[in-house]
Write a protein of this length. Structure first.
Length: 416
């Protein structure tokens, strides 16, 4: 999937060399800022545009920024007349400012106005029209909400208005996919799913590395279109209580996907590189950013284990913590830290890539790249804020306080 520049043709003329040199010079992108900021190189490799970024074009505080103080905060339980947030899976802001939250813990959709006042609650536990068991994500198609519930049969899509009128619902039946499990619906209506394949058999224990293959299909269930595979995470498997349990691998890799109406972005975190595809599966661009790999040392592994075992689930079960500690110590370790974590595309096609930070740090820095692949700037978000939607002028995110109370926050996005 990742293409390297091919060899030069046997005969290279002086004019060709000069043309190539000027191409590199004019591909250096900059702005009126100090130092060597804004240095990027472009070249074509077998039809794929490679964009290598050495520094952002915008100086610190310029370009794009996010206001740390939220404009609106949903949840928290301060108002007893409003519902509490519990296991929020997704949140979307509509064009008119209305916000919709998938409150999985109560199997409901919570609707708020632009000021954050609760307007209505949709759905609830059940299998009837407009009811849910575990709403996982929300897509917005015009003025219609699309809600996916994986536990209704083989998965169900519900199409409804923000006022609660149910237009239709549909159980997913997809040719070639016994258990379809789409992660989202793209703006054009296609469903984005993935197929995972492990490096060892399902019933075998040991270190497993997954390969993820993104697939696209219409909601009518036509055959899938497969995209190039990428590394898709890893785990350590062992026998437990008659079955197989899975545990994390210290500094293990994962697969990350972002999308716009006509592009898919795929990254595996191993390098600071994201590959861009059109919806036909054609590799059109590789966006790269200068990154110095950090070696994984024994001290870093010890800190990762200590930070992981400090979670409440382990503090309440010392026996489970001891077993997990042993598994973490036995699991294979990568040679370097991951380069990045989540990736997202905003409403204007800007790619946001979350810089990797170990679990004991509060860093939440994202590198932003324009549709042309150029590194615009870095943006620091409030620690612990999980990004759910980035619009032209807003960002919706989920955070938890020290008591695990959930909040959905609306932050202003300022574009310079």
């Amino acid at each position: 999937m990742k293409t390297r520049p091919g060899p030069l043709a046997p005969a290279v003329t002086l004019s060709a060399i000069l043309s190539a040199a000027f191409a590199v010079v004019f591909s250096l992108v900059g702005c009126e800022s100090s130092g060597d900021q804004g240095m990027a190189q472009r070249w074509d490799s077998a039809g794929v545009q490679i964009v290598q970024n050495d520094a952002p074009v915008a100086a610190a505080g310029e370009g794009i920024s996010v206001q740390w103080e939220p404009e609106v905060v949903l949840g928290g339980g301060e108002n007893l007349n409003e519902p509490s947030l519990f296991r929020v899976r997704d949140a979307k802001r509509l064009d008119d400012g209305t916000m919709v939250v998938a409150n999985s813990g109560t199997s409901e959709l919570l609707v708020y106005d632009q000021s954050g006042s609760h307007l209505r609650t949709l759905g609830g536990e059940g299998e009837g029209p407009g009811e849910f068991r575990d709403p996982r994500w929300i897509a917005v198609l015009g003025d219609t909400l699309v809600v996916y519930d994986p536990f209704q049969g083989t998965g169900r899509l519900t199409f409804l208005s923000v006022d609660g009128e149910v237009f239709s619902s549909q159980t997913l039946v997809v040719e070639g996919r016994r258990f379809p499990n789409p992660g989202t619906m793209l703006p054009g209506g296609l469903l984005l799913d993935q197929v995972s394949e492990g490096s060892i058999p399902v019933d075998e224990v040991g270190h497993v590395v997954y390969t993820r293959t993104p697939v696209l299909y219409p909601r009518e269930g036509a055959p899938v279109d497969t995209l190039p595979a990428i590394p898709g995470g890893e785990a350590f498997k062992e026998e437990s209580r008659g079955g197989i349990s899975y545990s994390s691998v210290p500094f293990g890799r994962d697969a990350f996907t972002a999308w716009t109406a006509d592009r898919l972005f795929l990254g595996d975190g191993d390098r600071f590189s994201v590959d861009v595809f059109d919806l036909s599966g054609t590799h059109v661009m590789s966006i790269r950013r200068r990154h110095e790999p950090v070696p994984v040392t024994g001290d870093l592994v010890d800190r990762w284990i200590a930070a992981t075992l400090d979670q409440e689930i382990f503090r309440l079960r010392p026996d489970a913590a001891e077993r997990s500690k042993r598994r973490f110590e036995e699991a294979p370790k990568p040679s370097t830290l991951p380069a990045h974590r989540e990736i997202m595309a905003d409403a204007l096609g800007v790619l946001w890539v979350q810089n990797y930070s170990p679990p004991w740090e509060d860093s939440n820095i994202w590198s932003l790249f324009g549709p042309d692949g150029i590194w615009i700037c870095d943006v620091e978000l409030p620690p612990g804020l999980e990004v759910m939607q980035i619009g032209e002028g807003h960002l919706l995110g989920l955070r938890q306080d020290e008591l695990d109370v959930e909040y959905v926050q609306l932050h202003e996005v300022m574009r310079g």
